[in-house]
Design a protein around this ligand. Structure first.
Ligand SMILES: [Zn+2]
Length: 307
């Protein structure tokens, strides 16, 4: 088609929109008029540039979507617009990539409606994504990779989603529990740290000296939760909770259940009912639990000697 014809097609489209603008200015003009004008615009695009090339894949489309969102920071943008600007139908996936992989804060304000909150991506989020991918590609077992993730994020929240991702399995939570119960890693969950959500975990320390008392395994999760709740998540010796301990610079603070009357060998032998009687149990921080247990042992030894 000669250049004049191509220009003409665009001018017709502009005229259609111009006529609509005049109608709206007069208080007229309906949605259906706009849809007709839009069809004219699409037709002009085809006349001038030919049929749309096959969907631009991956990064190209993602860049186009980001550019459009950036032009409309703080405004609602619909999937329809993103589809138009990127020429692809799977814009939802690209939006997710921008959010998860590049750290852009994009809120889904309604079904298929998004809002870019800030032009600047979150550098931490992007770095975390890099870390997760690096770990995911490693050899070894799923549990090894989850362990690596926790070690790389000591003191930070690790989510179930992240564990499943690096482990390449859906059993991240179970592997995490093995690290805690079998290897004694001090991993907090919402049970012992009310600031965590049920899908969030936190390794308090990677230092072998901070390993958890293996006997904690004897107490069911539901019981641990009741003891901690009753004691207001506060160590009953030093009277600190996690927030207070952290504010004082003790980032290794975590809670354990302490048995008032029994020490290690007695605990395992004790009938379950007696052991799990909540009146015998008290909330202590790990450090005070070590001290209290040593003290209880010393007292028992003395009693035996005197007997
Ligand atoms: Zn304490």
């Amino acid at each position: 088609m000669p250049e004049a014809g191509r220009a003409q097609a665009l001018r017709e489209a502009a005229n259609a929109l111009g006529a609509l603008a005049d109608a709206v200015a007069r208080g007229e003009g309906a949605r259906s008029d706009f849809d007709r004008a839009l069809a004219t615009v699409v037709r002009a695009g085809r006349t001038v540039f030919g049929p749309r090339p096959r969907a631009k894949r991956g990064a190209g489309a993602r860049r186009l979507i980001l550019a459009y969102l950036t032009e409309h920071v703080g405004e609602d943008v619909t999937g329809e617009e993103l589809g138009a600007v990127s020429g692809i139908q799977e814009w939802a996936r690209r939006v997710r990539e921008l959010r998860v992989q590049e750290g852009y804060k994009i809120t889904e304000v309604a079904d298929s409606t998004y809002r870019l909150e800030s032009k600047e991506p979150d550098a931490d989020a992007a770095a975390l994504w890099k870390l997760l991918n690096g770990i995911r590609r490693r050899e070894g077992s799923g549990r090894d990779r989850i362990a690596t993730l926790f070690e790389a994020r000591v003191g930070e929240v690790v989510t179930r989603e992240q564990m499943d991702y690096v482990a390449r399995i859906k059993e991240g939570v179970r592997r995490q529990r093995e690290l805690r119960d079998e290897f004694g890693w001090p991993i907090a969950s919402y049970i012992d740290d009310p600031s965590l959500k049920p899908t969030e975990y936190r390794l308090l320390s990677a230092d072998p000296a901070d390993r958890r008392d293996p006997l904690q395994r004897l107490y069911p999760e539901e019981l641990r939760e009741r003891v901690f709740k009753r004691d207001n998540y506060t160590c009953q010796v030093c009277l600190r909770d996690r927030a207070v301990a952290f504010a004082a610079g003790d980032t290794r603070f975590y809670l354990e259940v302490h048995h008032r009357t029994a020490v290690a060998d007695e605990l395992a032998a004790m009938p379950k009912e007696e052991r799990n009687n909540i009146d015998n149990l008290v909330t202590l921080c790990h450090a005070d639990h070590l001290r209290e247990t040593a003290e209880l042992q010393r007292r028992k030894r003395n009693e035996r000697r005197q007997a």
